[in-house]
Design a binder for this molecule. Structure first.
Ligand code: NAP
Length: 253
């Protein structure tokens, strides 16, 4: 991305998986990145990779569902990197189970991380975006938003993020802020490995079964998602807002 000012991005859940790939890509694009994850030490690997490639990043420990920790994370970002004008709501957890076995805790945890987390971070960061008259908010949805067995909580949260995104697009557009959702399909990360383990299927078989349903005939990689986020947060994407971009190797409704 060519840009006159070095923009500052906050990427949540960026210690590993898709979040780490997004943080690395945005840093390679020239943004300074706050790598937010539950454990500050866990973010060190992502930060080291960015810094050794010549980029700028800091690790910040924060639970996205905790209002005070979110506020403190944004304050640290402002103090150490500058005011953030890019936010990627990526932190996520799974608590899969069939409805009749799903506990209230499974439900509440998934809502807290995905929905409350995106709400708290977007609210905390938007004032900096409004002040800058520029902002890019990207939230990680999922093909599971369309419904997925064993994921009533996760599907509801990921569908909720799509409504949240469209509403932010409507409310914040006049301040130069766009909001979009990226909805990945099957991406190889610890999360998909954990799902295979939970259902008792060898990961290679799990991946083969998933790939057999994907038109481009391969599994997704974190970089596939990172490249899409890179476009959406770029200066050139200012007329793309309130969209859900499926990154799933084929069409979804
Ligand atoms: P992942 O490998 O499990 O990474 C998720 C990261 O989020 C972890 O570093 C995790 O930290 C962090 N996190 C969890 N709860 C948090 C909290 N309360 N506060 C701060 N950070 C927290 O998952 P992923 O596969 O990269 O997924 C990233 C996003 O993409 C998620 O929103 C996920 O739902 C979405 N997605 C993934 C896929 C896929 O196929 N992988 C498909 C569609 C959508 P800990 O390690 O400390 O738990």
């Amino acid at each position: 991305m060519s840009q006159s000012v070095r923009r500052v991005a906050v990427v949540t859940g960026a210690a590993r998986g898709i979040g780490a790939a997004i943080a690395r890509k945005l840093a390679a694009d020239g943004l300074a990145v706050a790598v937010v994850d539950l454990d500050e030490k866990a973010g060190a690997e992502t930060v080291d990779a960015i810094v050794s490639a010549g980029g700028s990043a800091i690790a910040i420990g924060a639970d996205v569902a905790d209002k005070d920790q979110v506020r403190a994370a944004v304050e640290r970002t402002v103090a150490e990197l500058g005011a953030p004008t890019v936010l990627v709501n990526n932190a996520g957890v799974l608590r899969d189970n069939l409805l009749f076995k799903m506990s209230e805790d499974d439900w509440d945890t998934v809502m807290a991380v995905h929905l409350r987390g995106a709400f708290l971070f977007s609210k905390a960061v938007q004032e900096h975006m409004v002040a800058a008259k520029f902002g890019r908010i990207v939230s990680l949805s999922s093909t599971s938003a369309l419904g997925n067995r064993g994921q009533a909580n996760y599907a509801a949260a990921k569908a909720g993020l799509q409504g949240f995104t469209k509403t932010l697009a409507i409310e914040l557009g006049k301040f130069g802020i766009t909001a979009n959702a990226v909805a990945p399909g099957f991406i190889v990360t610890d999360m998909t490995r954990a799902t295979a383990a939970r259902v008792g299927v060898d990961f290679d078989d799990f991946e083969k079964a998933a790939v057999s349903q994907i038109p481009v005939a391969r599994a997704g990689r974190p970089e596939d998602v990172a490249n899409t986020v890179s476009f959406l947060v770029g200066e050139g994407a200012g007329f793309v807002s309130g969209q859900v971009v499926y990154v799933a190797g084929g069409p979804r409704d």
